[in-house]
Design a binder for this molecule. Structure first.
Ligand code: MGD
Ligand code: SF4
Length: 757
């Protein structure tokens, strides 16, 4: 374990932990990024500086890892020429070295020992032994059901290594929770409107905007670095920020206007804003005339959606709706209605995000300075290999028939096809799960567990003994991002650029990088032709040479920029062809009309909160990314006590005091496994509770008779996925809305009896 003390770590983070409390002032979070002292020098002898790309979250900032001559990592700092971080990592990224030093990490391959009283019993194994079991398991699935019945669930930077393996083998049954449970609906909403999605980082030109509108998007708490920096500058410039959130979030506290909307009614507000902006002539008339299709249809469509109508639905006074609509219209085109990222909320999420896209279009902000810029990325040539075999069925077969804009595998469809009651032709009977914890990331938890229990064979590749490892037949310990080489980062941005993640140290214990694991399995499956290299570095070096660089250069610079080939913004009056059926920005979606979806967003009621219950709202904390960072010793020290936000009125109703421990019970009667302390606060609406996502870990396995778990986070807080009992599927994409779930508060420990008996 590193000698880095808590004090040292806080010093690296730039400011005190106060900036990282549950509801910190935004300025103190910013301080953590913009602290005077960028990164204090911990070492007298900073011998080795290695380029990295952070994977503590998926903003993927580029930085430098410093190791001493003994191969010990001492700090990670931002790379000055990196546009994702502008040279400054966020506190989470700085704490990334805790991922490496965490002594709870998986250290060796594990093989399940069956028949031990239902306990998750494993024995340590060599890589060879583990590979033997995997090859047999995958071949059995092939023999009994076909290769397609072995599904890949993945997330993160090593995912592509396993995608390559699966496609080469002959299965394209795959999906990641970053799609259906996260941003697929947002991508679809923008694709239907502009013929282009957003991806990451979102091309919002916050740096130049005058007005930023955030809808359920708590920047500052979700901490996307470069973005947070630009928002901080916007605050300093005195720009307008309007935050729509049932919770007085950190951003709400720094906003010109906070609209505490009734959850599930955001689309009503968006339609009413369109009504005012169109009827009062606040839209960008020249832009609309030149670039959009269907304006007259839209104008007619929104007439019924008046602010007075929306007020009765959203509980936001009509006066506030008019006022904010005028603020937004007045800033056109230097205005951004932010698309958000995790948009899987209520089941009609593509329509809500399409309303956001349409609103931006009539304000003329797409392709305009201060709105959305046109991003560019470097296209790297793909490594040569024989054509992938064509599977008999794939994720498209089980997703696209139902959802026309299922642009990536829908994890919930995979889970549905893995359930014992599924009797159709597209059965999932084996799973290869890497860098994702479906127990928390693909709710409802009960359903995912039934699907897992119905599998013949499961492989898990993880860095930690997380909850999913307990379901595996074989567990493979992956090296952390600081010990690995991965694909180059080629994310699109204002200026095309690439960034290199290079191992700063050798993998600890017997852990291995993802590319090595995938290749070794591939070779053993007879796929040598798909791996005409021995070390993944050869692939990167070849790719780099094709674009005029090399490994040698990238190891030196970490980030390399390339000139843009196209303009960043539209030029006034210039012709532009959008990638839609009409070649225009489609306010009226011709595709949606053809496919039978509403061509313009229509408000749908999502019902009321049942008496005695509260709507379950969950979200991120600034110092953690989902469940994956919770056990990180440095980040855990900064935040280890999740709290449940509860309005004073609700607290009175349930007779709960600030700081008291409570348990949750959902509408179906399921009780949370663990308790959580309450924070009584007026910063949340009276009809909702706010639960930080990622806590409530109950992963525990037994290896050679010894317990292995994520010792810091085990049993702390409540998992929102455990409380989710239903999902609302978005018809367009299959995205899975998670926020139509209701809970009540229990003040007595419901497990007390169990504990005593
Ligand atoms: P985590 O729970 O962090 O999130 O979904 P996940 O990515 O599944 O699980 C990550 C797993 O990866 C952990 O087991 C961790 O130990 C492991 N891991 C971390 N680093 C590495 C690595 O380098 N290599 C390997 N092999 N494993 C690693 C996130 C997803 O969840 C997303 S993107 C969103 S936006 C959704 N959010 C969300 C929510 O807010 N609430 C609910 N209920 N569900 C959600 N699902 C989605
Ligand atoms: Fe890492 Fe922070 Fe950047 Fe995310 S925003 S990649 S955690 S430094």
């Amino acid at each position: 374990m590193s000698k880095l003390s808590r004090r040292d770590f806080i010093k690296i983070s730039g400011t005190a932990t106060a900036g990282l409390a549950m509801t910190p002032p935004l300025t103190s979070i910013m301080g953590a990024i913009f602290g005077e002292e960028k990164t204090p020098h911990l070492l007298e002898n900073e011998a080795i500086k290695t380029p990295t790309v952070c994977e503590v979250c998926f903003w993927n900032c580029a930085g430098w890892t410093y190791t001493d001559k003994e191969g010990k990592i001492h700090k990670i700092i931002g790379n000055d020429s990196d546009p994702h971080s502008n040279g400054r990592l966020c506190p989470r990224g700085t704490g990334g070295l805790g991922m490496y030093y965490d002594e709870d990490r998986l250290k060796k391959p594990l093989i399940r020992v069956k028949g031990k009283d239902g306990k998750q019993e494993f024995k340590e194994a060599t890589w060879e032994e583990a590979f033997d079991v995997i090859i047999k398991g995958m071949k059995d699935i092939e023999k009994n059901y076909g290769k397609e019945s072995m599904a890949l669930l993945f997330h993160g930077k090593t995912g592509p290594h396993f995608e390559h393996l699966f496609k080469a083998w002959g299965s394209d049954t795959m999906g990641e929770p970053a799609g259906a449970q996260c941003l697929i609906t947002r991508e679809a909403g923008f694709i239907a409107t502009y013929g282009a999605g957003l991806a990451s980082p979102e091309p919002t030109d916050v740096r130049n905007t005058d007005c930023l509108v955030l809808i359920g998007n708590h920047i500052g708490e979700n901490m996307h670095n470069g973005h947070v920096q630009e928002v901080s500058q916007l605050i300093d410039r005195g720009g307008t920020i309007i935050t729509v959130d049932p919770r007085f979030s950190t951003m709400a506290a720094h906003s010109t206007k906070w609209l505490p909307i009734k959850p599930s009614t955001d689309l009503a507000l968006l339609l009413a804003w369109m009504n005012v902006i169109i009827n009062e002539g606040l839209y960008d008339k020249d832009y609309v005339a030149q670039y959009t299709y269907g304006f007259d249809l839209l104008k007619d469509h929104v007439q019924k959606y008046t602010p007075e109508w929306a007020a009765s639905i959203t509980t936001i006074p009509a006066g506030d709706i008019y006022e904010t609509a005028r603020m937004i219209g007045g800033a056109s085109p230097r205005v951004i209605i932010h698309p958000g990222r995790h948009t899987a909320w209520y089941g009609d999420d593509t329509q809500r995000t399409r309303a956001i896209a349409i609103l931006n279009a009539i304000l003329g902000s797409w392709g305009r300075e201060g709105g959305f810029y046109f991003p560019e990325k470097v296209k790297l040539p793909k490594e040569a290999h024989p054509p992938f075999p064509k599977p008999k069925w794939s994720w498209k077969t089980i997703s696209r028939d139902k959802h026309k804009l299922a642009i990536m595998g829908i994890t919930n469809e995979i889970i549905d096809h893995a359930l014992p009651e599924y009797k159709g032709p597209y059965k999932v009977k084996g799973m290869f799960i890497t860098a994702t914890n479906p127990i928390q990331s693909i709710p409802p938890e009960d359903k995912v567990k039934r699907a897992l229990q119905n599998q013949d064979f499961i492989v898990v590749v993880d860095t930690m003994p997380s909850e999913i490892t307990g379901y595996a037949d074989v567990v493979l310990p992956e090296a952390t991002y600081l010990e690995r080489l991965d694909h180059l980062r080629t994310a699109h941005h204002r200026q095309p650029n690439i960034a290199l993640r290079y191992p700063a140290v050798n993998p600890k214990w017997e852990t291995k990088p993802g590319w090595w694991i995938a290749r070794e399995i591939g070779i053993r499956l007879g796929l040598k032709d798909f791996y005409e290299w021995e070390d993944f570095e050869e692939v990167l070096d070849w790719q780099l040479k094709q674009v005029g660089s090399s490994m040698e250069e990238m190891k030196r610079v970490g980030v390399k920029h390339f000139p843009r080939k196209t303009p960043m913004y539209l030029k006034d009056g210039e012709e532009y062809w959008f990638n839609t059926n009409t070649g225009k920005i489609e306010l009226y979606s011709t595709d949606f009309a053809e496919w039978g979806y509403d061509p313009m967003p229509v408000y749908k009621d999502h019902g009321e909160v049942p008496t005695g219950f509260l709507r379950l709202i969950y979200g991120r904390l600034p110092m953690h990314t989902f469940g994956r960072t919770l056990n990180n010793p440095y980040l855990w020290e900064l935040k280890n006590e999740p709290v449940l936000w509860l309005h004073p009125k609700a607290a009175k109703y349930y007779q709960v005091e600030n700081g008291q421990e409570v348990w949750l019970k959902n509408l179906k009667g399921k009780v949370s496994s663990f308790g959580i302390k309450v924070r009584v606060t007026e910063r949340i609406r009276h009809d909702s509770v706010f639960l930080p996502h990622g806590f409530g870990n109950k992963g525990r396995i037994f290896v050679n008779g010894k317990t292995e778990e994520m010792s810091r986070t085990y049993g702390r807080g409540i998992s929102d996925s455990e409380m989710v009992y239903k999902i609302e599927k978005d018809p367009v994409t299959g995205g899975t809305g998670l926020r139509n779930n209701f809970v009540t508060i229990l003040t007595e420990n419901p497990h007390k009896k169990e504990a005593l008996s």
